[in-house]
Design a protein around this ligand. Structure first.
Ligand SMILES: Cc1cc2nc3c(=O)[nH]c(=O)nc-3n(C[C@H](O)[C@H](O)[C@H](O)COP(=O)(O)O)c2cc1C
Length: 177
């Protein structure tokens, strides 16, 4: 089975700043380490998520995504900032995973927002969630504001440098056996 980098965007939007950021980072990981890239957004999780109180109530569509996430060599997580944090439905998805599901998983964290004022949500909201799961989050996280894009394509060179840096930080966990 080909080793995969899985990108998950916490947005439902079809034209999405977050999805494009996750895609950009995942492509860099694919390029640097030869992993196969697969991308998901919230709509790929299907309609059972909102009403499920436990993972047994989720349908097959979302179980396939969960399997991909659990078996990924690397995860790239991106969320849109909602009220200075990640969206509630994104958290609900992770509430339904087993506490050990992401143990030891290398993860690049990213987020988008309307303003730079909430950039630290990456450190005070998103990183602690994955610390709970005992995942290994890369020290460099990426926060992009909407004005960093042209037609939803990231064009701010400082952010492209940060993507490259975060990707290089994965190397100790990707030594080929
Ligand atoms: C309900 C809601 C709440 C938001 N709250 C914030 C916020 O607190 N801080 C911020 O910087 N941007 C906020 N935004 C703006 C989004 O984070 C921003 O536009 C993001 O890039 C949208 O990502 P998407 O295009 O992937 O959906 C909010 C947007 C929505 C719809």
């Amino acid at each position: 089975m080909k080793r995969k980098v899985i990108g998950l965007s916490g947005s439902y939007n079809k034209s999405s700043y977050t999805f494009n950021l996750v895609s950009k980072i995942s492509s860099e990981v694919e390029r640097m380490y030869g992993l196969k890239k697969t991308l998901y957004d919230m709509s790929d999780l299907g309609t059972s998520l909102g009403q499920a109180m436990c993972s047994e109530q989720l349908d097959d569509t979302i179980h396939e995504v969960i399997d991909d996430i659990i078996n990924a060599k690397v995860l790239v997580i991106g969320v849109p900032t909602y009220k200075a944090s990640y969206p509630g439905m994104f958290k609900h998805f992770f509430d339904l995973l087993e506490p050990e599901a992401l143990s030891g998983k290398p993860i690049i964290l990213s987020a988008t927002g309307g303003s730079n004022r909430h950039a630290l949500m990456l450190e005070y909201q998103l990183r602690p969630l994955f610390n709970f799961f005992k995942a290994i989050t890369m020290p460099t996280a990426i926060y992009a504001v909407n004005s960093d894009y042209k037609n939803y394509l990231l064009c701010e060179s400082n952010l492209l440098d940060r993507i490259s840096l975060a990707t290089k930080e994965l190397s100790p966990w990707l030594i080929r056996q």
